[in-house]
Design a protein around this ligand. Structure first.
Ligand code: NDP
Length: 442
């Protein structure tokens, strides 16, 4: 069995991260309920248990809401029209190329229409998510843990494993199955893509819209900070949907296995942790009954400006790289999904040919630094946190701090992989593009 080098601090790191990842969203839910998003410190263990039961006990309606949403997305993934894209050859499976029906955009639009109909007709009001935040979170955590166990043992049983180590806990954390697929209604659905693109981001969007609707119902207004966080997340989530056809060739799909880490963060971590700012604004509006007091319009304008600029760099830089690579492979198909930002496709860009056959773009945003999209993403994450400036507190800043740490760690993992893949060509590439995040600085 080839030995896989361990990341994330090996087995102890994996255990620590699994505990920490469970702690964070529950702590946030309790903090929102009992400390208005401030630090939550129960006076005794009994009080903590009482609070936990009161806020996070799973309910049947939370169960049906969450599983109904996931099931519906699975059906949409199998049935709605999309762009059929070939993935990269998988070396561990005789260079087999999987096909992906990239229909996240249609699923996104259909979900929005469906949710609007359910809300307006009163069949399922959007505010149910805000009302049952802790219960839905608990259901999501239980479902993702159970699913991780099922997927792990199913892959072992059917021998669909790759890059295993000798540590069962580490393998459970990182996953053993690279291309988890199921056949549903005659269509192959890639579960990793489904979870990464739709389940996480669509649920996040519904959660924050739920917070905004709740604020509107209480005050007949959606405040500027809430509008800022809504806009920021709408841009981000829409971009994930409209660019789905670029995802099959990203390293999450061709390299990362579908283990506890991806399953948990896609099904529970991302939606509930990333929704914190919207709920922070909501609970403090309700607590103070003064939703607009303390809003700095200067800061809001600065945040909107930074957000739009950072979004522009983030969207166009990823489009430049992905379209460049798709053109090289002959798989490029122009798409008009809204918005198409200027300079997102480069004509005859400069690039490096490498000995292993791949090409590295050294033009567009990619001539300035090696990770322009990471820097832009960190700027957007900071704007999310600053939307909470009305009521000073630490927890809204968890997301940019966590995101920055996570993305720097991801950068080191990616660089290690690229150095191994490209060898001396990577050194040549780094001479062409010496800076990683900010040109002239780092
Ligand atoms: P990247 O888009 O950075 O892709 C990395 C790969 O791209 C490399 O392994 C290499 O693969 C290829 N590559 C690197 N440089 C070049 C170049 N100059 N020209 C052509 N190809 C190149 O991957 P990520 O998946 O990390 O990031 C995608 C986006 O997702 C980012 O914006 C990131 O911020 C975001 N993200 C957000 C998260 C969140 O929770 N909000 C979590 C994780 C990511 P190859 O082997 O093909 O050469």
């Amino acid at each position: 069995m080839p030995k896989e080098e361990k990341e994330f601090g090996g087995t102890p790191g994996a255990i620590g991260l699994m505990i920490f990842s469970h702690f964070v969203p529950f702590y946030f839910a309790l903090s929102l309920r009992y400390s208005s998003g401030g630090l939550y410190c129960p006076s005794s263990f009994d009080e903590f248990i009482e609070n936990f039961k009161e806020t996070c006990s799973p309910t049947w309606s939370a169960f049906f809401l969450y599983t109904g949403f996931c099931f519906l997305q699975l059906i949409f993934a199998a049935t709605l029209p999309g762009l059929v894209i070939k993935g990269l050859p998988v070396p561990t499976e005789n260079n087999r190329q999987y096909t992906y029906n990239c229909n996240a955009l249609s699923s996104w639009y259909v979900t929005l229409v469906l949710v609007a109909i359910l809300h307006v007709t009163g069949l399922v009001r959007l505010t149910i998510l805000a009302d049952q935040f802790g219960s839905v979170l608990c259901v999501a955590v239980i479902c993702s843990d159970i699913l991780s166990i099922i997927i792990h043992f199913y892959a072992l049983q059917t021998k669909q494993t790759c890059r295993m180590t000798h540590s069962p806990i580490y393998d459970f954390f990182m996953g053993v199955w690279l291309n988890p697929r199921i056949r549903i209604l005659g269509q192959d659905v890639d579960l990793k893509m489904l979870a990464e693109v739709r389940l996480s981001w669509l649920l996040l969007f519904l959660l924050i819209v739920s917070a905004a609707v709740k604020q509107y119902e209480a005050f007949h207004t959606v405040t500027w900070p809430m509008t800022l966080i809504l806009t920021a997340q709408l841009l981000y989530i829409n971009a994930c949907m409209k660019g789905e056809e670029c995802i099959p060739t990203t390293w999450d799909i061709f390299y990362e296995k579908w283990g506890w880490m991806l399953i948990y963060w896609n099904l529970a971590g991302v939606p509930f942790v990333y929704a914190f700012q919207a709920y922070y604004i909501l609970v403090n509006s309700l607590r103070t009954q003064k939703p607009t007091e303390g809003v700095s319009m200067t800061l809001i304008i600065v945040c909107f400006t930074v957000l739009f600029f950072a979004y522009y760099i983030w969207d166009s830089s990823q489009a430049q790289k992905n379209r460049f690579r798709m053109k090289q492979r002959g798989t490029y198909v122009p798409r008009n999904a809204f918005p198409q930002v200027p300079w997102n496709t480069l004509e005859n860009p400069k690039y490096l040919k490498t000995e292993c056959g791949s090409t590295l773009l050294i033009d567009g945003w990619w001539k300035y630094c090696r990770k322009p999209h990471y820097t832009a993403d960190i700027c957007m994450a900071t704007c999310w946190a600053l939307s909470c400036h009305q009521w000073p507190g630490l927890l809204p800043y968890f997301y940019p701090a966590f995101f920055t740490g996570m993305i720097i760690h991801r950068y080191t993992r990616d660089i290690a992989r690229c150095k191994a893949k490209y060898g001396k060509d990577w050194t040549i590439y780094c001479k062409h593009v010496p800076y990683a995040f900010i040109p002239g600085l780092i």
